[in-house]
Design a protein around this ligand. Structure first.
Ligand code: ATP
Ligand code: MG
Length: 131
């Protein structure tokens, strides 16, 4: 996902360009907005964390881009491309270093495993929306 504040700030094109030029194929892409309930389900793994309420409000605060990306070793490499959760810790040239506002508003989301990538892809896309 490209998160709401990065979309609102006009960073979408540059972020998608970084993704494509780093060797990813975009299988599916959608401009959409999560309801509070959907954002809560998407990030349910963090339900017990103190920042959960803030995270859900933020992720439902405006439209996002959701995508399914394909590449060898995609999960690990994409997490390197987006950089550390906190942009202050992210390496130069990463998406979060370039575009994140803060640890909370950090521009992009990446799946943390192949299994979660499948669950998250199915959350946003039907079979006829991916090529
Ligand atoms: P994501 O899952 O969105 O790709 P991540 O895997 O780098 O991010 P997680 O630990 O899964 O980080 O946290 C999910 C999201 O919750 C973060 O991307 C950020 O938006 C928010 N978040 C994490 N830690 C904090 C915090 N301490 N304070 C506020 N928000 C936070
Ligand atoms: Mg995560």
């Amino acid at each position: 996902m490209i998160k709401p504040e990065a979309v609102a700030a006009g960073h979408t094109g540059k972020i998608i360009d970084m993704i494509i030029s780093n060797g990813y194929r975009i299988l599916a892409l959608k401009y959409t907005r999560l309801s509070q309930e959907e954002a809560g389900v998407f990030y349910a793994v963090h339900k017990e964390r103190p920042f959960y309420g803030e995270l859900v409000d933020y992720m439902a605060s405006g439209p996002i881009y959701a995508a399914i990306l394909e590449k060898d070793n995609a999960v690990e490499d994409y997490r390197k491309l987006i950089g550390a959760t906190d942009p202050a810790q992210a390496e130069e040239g990463t998406i979060r270093k370039r575009f994140a506002e803060s640890k909370a508003k950090n521009a992009a989301h990446g799946s943390d495993s192949d299994a979660n990538a499948e669950i998250e892809g199915n959350f946003f896309f039907s079979g006829r929306e991916r090529f």
